[in-house]
Write a protein that binds this ligand. Structure first.
Ligand code: FMN
Length: 205
């Protein structure tokens, strides 16, 4: 299991001179064009109040200079970890095109209006599912879960499904952004931007 990533178009520090977003957008577009599965999937790393890390995959629904946004249940394990320790690391693992993008920084909740706007784009089934699931809590059986879904489906019959009070977006506000590009002989490119200082550095692979 050793892949030679070859010599793709080179990546240098000047690629981030105008900020990180345009290259990130380009790489996301490249991941979509390459038909990678779930190209907007990110691995989200959080730390709980005991200092224990946890990772899981979520979907990036938006990013711009202010940060990377994903949506979840605020009472889930990740939600509680981010309340206790509001810092995260997220990675887009675009392995099929030998790239990854990692953003690390402080985490804030997005405002209610932004959450509402996104919520309205979700299919009704996903909206009902969010109400039915106390994410990360144990449940006895699949049937119990189906019963909860039936209950919320009846509750909201014929009306718009509102945003659950414990559901919404988080934004990871970038402190550092690192672009990684696989190259031959493990001479990979790693370019890191430290946002506060504007310093752009090449890191050893
Ligand atoms: C491809 C993929 C996308 C996912 N997207 C989300 C998402 O956007 N939001 C979310 O809350 N969970 C998402 N999940 C489920 C999470 O990985 C995780 O199981 C769930 O959020 C509970 O995590 P927690 O117990 O650490 O809070 C996704 C899982 C996969 C595999």
């Amino acid at each position: 299991m050793r892949v030679d990533y070859g010599e793709p178009e080179d990546l240098d520090v000047d690629a981030l001179a105008g900020g990180w977003c345009s290259l990130a957008q380009q790489w996301l577009s490249d991941a979509i064009a390459a038909n990678l599965p779930e190209p907007n999937a990110i691995v989200l790393g959080t730390v709980d109040e005991a200092g224990r890390p946890a990772t899981r995959t979520v979907l990036c629904k938006d990013f711009d200079a202010d940060g990377v946004v994903f949506y979840t249940n605020y009472d889930s394990d990740k939600g509680r970890a981010l309340t206790a320790t509001p810092y995260a690391s997220i990675t887009f693992p675009w392995i099929g095109i030998a790239r990854q993008l990692t953003v690390r920084g402080a985490v804030v909740k997005v405002d209610a209006e932004t959450t509402e706007t996104y919520w309205r784009t979700r299919p009704r089934g996903s909206q009902l599912g969010a109400w039915a699931s106390e994410q990360s809590r144990p449940i006895g059986s699949r049937e119990d879960l189906a019963a909860r879904l039936a209950e919320v489906t009846a509750t909201f019959d014929g009306i718009e499904v509102p945003v659950p009070p414990n559901w919404g977006g988080f934004r990871v506000e970038p402190e550092t952004v690192e672009f990684w590009q696989g190259r031959t002989s493990r001479m990979h490119n790693r370019i890191r931007l430290t946002v506060a200082s504007g310093v752009i550095e090449r890191l050893q692979p």
